[in-house]
Design a binder for this molecule. Structure first.
Ligand code: SF4
Ligand code: SF4
Length: 138
């Protein structure tokens, strides 16, 4: 029996989503690149993209609680079969701006849900080079 993640949830910055359609997050998931390289995902892993709900990110807690409850009730997906990904526009300095100023708060909110999470979705070579050169913060 596979222990691959059954439901992957990408949380994206609500402000960035005013411009970004999320193409590169999705592409990284499909290609299992960037922040998805080391995740145990397979062809059966379902994926949802949600926004943080806007600053200060507090909506994340209730969104994830509701999601976990629905996933269990309707599809028998347990909490430990769900994985949360914080999109690179939240976790990293990049083209759209510095990392989310509420990142530590958002991590605390996810901790409270008991769901597993990790950082980064798409990781562009250009942005990585700018971070390594000190133009973007690490
Ligand atoms: S990480 Fe990039 S592609 Fe994904 S939502 Fe943020 S800006 Fe868009
Ligand atoms: S809380 Fe962070 S991730 Fe959410 S809209 Fe504000 S800056 Fe973006």
């Amino acid at each position: 029996m596979s222990d691959a993640i059954k439901l992957l949830v990408i949380i994206q910055c609500d402000l960035v989503l005013q411009r970004c359609p999320g193409f590169f997050c999705d592409r990284a998931f499909v290609n299992k690149s960037g922040g998805f390289k080391s995740l145990n995902i397979d062809e059966h892993t379902r994926k949802l993209n949600i926004s943080c709900g806007g600053c200060c990110g507090r909506a994340i807690h209730r969104k994830l609680q509701l999601l976990a409850a629905k996933a269990k009730k309707y599809d028998q997906i347990e909490k430990d079969e769900i994985h949360i990904k914080l999109a690179s526009c939240i976790s990293k300095d990049n083209y759209h701006g510095p990392p989310c100023p509420n990142l530590e708060y958002i991590k605390k909110l996810i901790d409270k849900t008991g769901l597993q999470y990790s950082m980064d979705t798409t990781v562009s070579e250009k942005a990585e080079a700018l971070r390594n050169s000190g133009i973007y913060q690490k």
